[in-house]
Design a protein around this ligand. Structure first.
Ligand SMILES: [Zn+2]
Length: 326
């Protein structure tokens, strides 16, 4: 993990330095901006995500420091903790509770969400929305959360003390790195363009990797029963609502920080992602033994399945056809 962390930060640093100090033409800037976006996503997948789950290390400070990488890259680690660790990990694919299903009126990811006529085109345009997510997250959503904390049905206390300091220090660091420093060497239009390209690459890659695990045809979207309880126990729910992809592909596993083993991640979020390939064999055997559907796609198969799921959710007639279990 230490070597991996060093490699990814070196990738990030070289891409940034190259883009800000050495890119004087678009054909040099474009690959560097793409590389920077991919490296930022890599930090999120492999370093910050593990740290945020206390899974990076047995040392608390190492976990906390790696989770702060998010603050440096523009997003608040404080609000992410409530959005991801609590709202998403406790209630995956439960409409109204899992904030990852909320994309606003513009898209429909769950069969229990309201449908609009224009959703029939969402399998084409939602990718563009994914690309804008980090910009909205860093420059709008976090500030909105600061004014009005609360994510779906999850209560969020307003940050205090060091959490406040880290929030504002992170925003200042990010704005300094993304805008102030580049503006000393480049025109406003150039800085805006390469900021946009970098963030869009980051957004598409981040959102897609998470969507391939939950918003696909093989996953279910159960709701609580009349008593307000789920029909399945917690662990079964995690397996039913989550799908692995590209298991056994070392390069994918390395880059997405084990998020292609998302079933294992949801069952054991406190275990470092480097162990997921071994754990997966045990989890799959246990799921089969107990008759719980366990799904794994190829990367291409997962992308197609996400596309088909978006297309299906864009058609109102299919609203109630998703079974509670599949
Ligand atoms: Zn997670």
């Amino acid at each position: 993990m230490y070597l991996k962390t060093l490699t990814i930060f070196a990738w990030l640093g070289l891409s940034y330095v190259g883009l800000v100090f050495f890119a004087h033409s678009w054909y040099v800037a474009l690959p560097l901006a793409i590389s920077l976006g991919l490296a930022m996503a890599g930090v999120g997948f492999s370093i910050q995500h593990d740290g945020g789950h206390n899974a990076y290390s047995e040392r608390r400070l190492v976990n906390r420091a790696s989770s702060w990488a998010l603050d440096m890259l523009g997003g608040s680690s404080y609000f992410w903790h409530y959005k991801h660790n609590i709202a998403h990990h406790t209630y995956p694919n439960i409409s109204g509770a899992d904030d990852d299903l909320v994309v606003g009126w513009i898209g429909r990811l769950s069969p229990h969400d309201r449908s609009h006529g224009f959703h029939r085109f969402q399998q084409f345009y939602l990718w563009f929305l994914y690309s804008l997510l980090p910009i909205r997250w860093a420059l709008i959503d976090d500030f909105h959360s600061m004014i009005d904390p609360g994510i779906g049905q999850t209560k969020v206390p307003r940050p205090r003390g060091w959490d406040q300091v880290r929030f504002w220090a992170g925003k200042a660091f990010f704005i300094g790195g993304a805008f102030v420093l580049p503006l000393l060497f480049h025109k406003v239009g150039e800085v805006a363009l390469w900021y946009l390209v970098t963030m869009m690459v980051l957004g598409v890659v981040l959102a897609t990797v998470f969507q391939l695990a939950h918003c696909v045809e093989e996953a279910t979207f159960p709701l609580p029963n009349e008593a307000g309880k789920m029909d399945h126990d917690w662990a079964t729910h995690q397996v039913l609502t989550t799908v692995d992809f590209s298991r056994g592909n070392g390069l994918v596993t390395w880059y997405v920080g084990g998020l292609n083993y998302q079933i294992e991640h949801h069952l054991f979020p406190h275990i470092c992602h480097v162990h997921y390939p071994k754990i997966a064999e045990i989890v799959e055997a246990a799921a089969r033994k107990h008759g719980i559907p366990y799904h794994c796609n190829s990367t291409w198969g997962a992308l197609r399945s996400h596309y088909r799921w978006l297309r299906r959710m864009g058609r109102p007639a299919t609203a109630a056809t998703q079974p509670a279990t599949a």
